[in-house]
Design a protein around this ligand. Structure first.
Ligand code: HEM
Length: 251
């Protein structure tokens, strides 16, 4: 089933009958498949709650305003060469000074696509970080880079960075869809996040990119039982980078 309607998406995301599609549980210890079988993102019920708790606690110790300032400083120091900055800043805040293995591991983390490169990157990360920190770094990496890329495409001189990010998240979500399995029927449900964020019942003139909207009830960070625990952190990191890139000398 494909869901394109905002109200239906909210119903599915808030109902425990819909769980993330299961991942394989027989991956060798320390591989990407093994990692995916350990994390909150792909588990459900009590296991999900137990695995999510330390992530939320860890995030609560990070101050989004400090992340934003650190992302600004690092982007400026790198003279606008921003790729990897959000992850490096997040890593430093989580006590992981070297995040160079994150991109290779993150590629397969959400999709499940396995490769020797991804397994090697997971092994490197396991040497330098604990599971909650690795989970946070891998979960956020690709979405933050995609958000900044897309925001830059929409940006005009003088734009307010926060308004630009809110509307980019609504109109061009970095993650285009999320999936669930209906445990009663076995049916797979795909929520089309682009479509639900343009549901005309909820968003006036949904096709228009409009910075004046401010915050909207878009579902880009999920909703219901297992929303993204880090929207404030993601926004802060992206905003810090963009504040530098949208200054005149980098345009
Ligand atoms: C623009 C950036 C981001 C977007 C669009 C985004 C979006 C999402 C969405 C939609 C989900 C829920 C998936 C579902 O319900 O199927 C999710 C979950 C999650 N996100 Fe984010 N995210 C972003 C950045 C981050 C960052 C920076 C972190 C870490 C600091 C993070 C950590 C997580 C974690 C740990 C989960 C799993 C939560 C759980 O298992 O309950 N995300 N994210």
């Amino acid at each position: 089933m494909l869901i394109t309607n905002h109200a239906q998406a909210m119903t599915v995301l808030g109902d425990a009958r819909y769980v993330p599609p299961p991942v394989r549980r027989d991956g060798g210890e320390g591989t990407l498949a093994w990692l995916r079988a350990q994390v909150s993102r792909f588990s459900s019920g009590e296991t999900h709650a137990e695995r999510r708790r330390p992530l939320v606690e860890r995030l609560a110790r990070l101050d989004p305003a400090e992340l934003r300032a650190a992302a600004r400083t690092m982007t400026a120091e790198r003279d606008g060469d921003w790729r990897g900055v959000p992850t490096a800043v997040l890593g430093a805040a989580l006590g992981v000074p070297d995040t160079s293995a994150v991109p290779a591991a993150a590629t397969g983390y959400l999709s499940g696509e396995e490769s020797p490169q991804a397994d090697a990157a997971v092994a490197v990360l396991l040497d330098v970080a604990d599971l909650p920190a690795i989970t946070l770094l891998l979960q956020g990496h690709a979405a933050m880079e995609a958000l900044i890329d897309t925001a830059l495409k929409h940006a005009s001189p003088g734009d307010d960075v926060d308004a630009l990010l809110h509307e980019t998240l609504r109109q061009d979500p970095p993650l285009k869809a999320t999936r669930r399995l209906d445990i009663r029927t076995g049916d797979e449900v795909t929520i089309d996040l682009v479509a639900v964020n343009r549901d005309p019942e909820v968003f006036a003139e949904p096709g228009r990119f409009d910075l004046a909207r401010g915050r909207t009830p878009h579902l880009t960070f999920g909703a219901g039982l297992r929303p993204c625990p880090a929207p404030a952190h993601a926004l802060a990191l992206a905003a810090g980078v963009l504040e530098v890139l949208l200054r005149e000398e980098h345009r």
